[in-house]
Design a binder for this molecule. Sequence first.
Ligand code: GTS
Length: 220
Amino acid sequence: MKIYDWYNGPYPARVRIALAEKGMLSKTEFVPVNLLTGEHKKNEFLAINYSGTLPVLKLDDGTLIAECTAITQYLDALAPPFSLTGTTPADKGIIHMMTKRAEIEFLDAVSVYFHHATPGLGPEVELYQNPEWGNRMRDKAVRGMHYFDRVLQMQPYVAGDTFSMADIAVIGGMIFSTLVKLPLPSECAALREWYNRMQARQSVQQWKSMVDEERLQRKA
Ligand code: GTS
């Protein structure tokens, strides 16, 4: 199985962390698609993913699965126990809801801020920018941080008592916020404590080592 991605991307991080959680990192081939040169918007890649986004999973039979949530659901279904997407109908529903909420209220909002109100991927790639919209999305992302802080004041993980795909989506939001220097508000103590715990998790450590290693290789 192959993953088309870019080594330090926050969305690719979600799938790499999911792979690490499932013990599948070493069984996966990573195919780099250079975001900085806009390779993901060229026809060759658009034939792989109509949306022109990373990551994309390619199975050995050629089947293509895009979207972090869909890829994570596939990976989790491959190997029980279903540790990332829930086992009971209620757990599955809540995890899906909180993952979607992490995207809408936080991660996707940071992404729109990055692409519209900062230089983003540079003038060759960012062909249309709307800074006002980008700044609105930055404010939405900050409200999202406050929301997840309140959630984490009440429970140890984003979707309840156990780690799940929803935590990985919020981790993606934190990674992207760090990249774009959008600080976590000082009053969000529960979100900060949770993120410290997440960063100590083996899968997140594995992701970080991969990124550091790849960054060094690219500099060499
Ligand atoms: N909904 C998609 C998913 O969940 O997979 C979003 C994927 C996404 O936006 N990926 C980013 C991308 O392709 C990768 S990264 O920003 O995290 O590195 N961005 C490029 C672009 O031009 O939007």
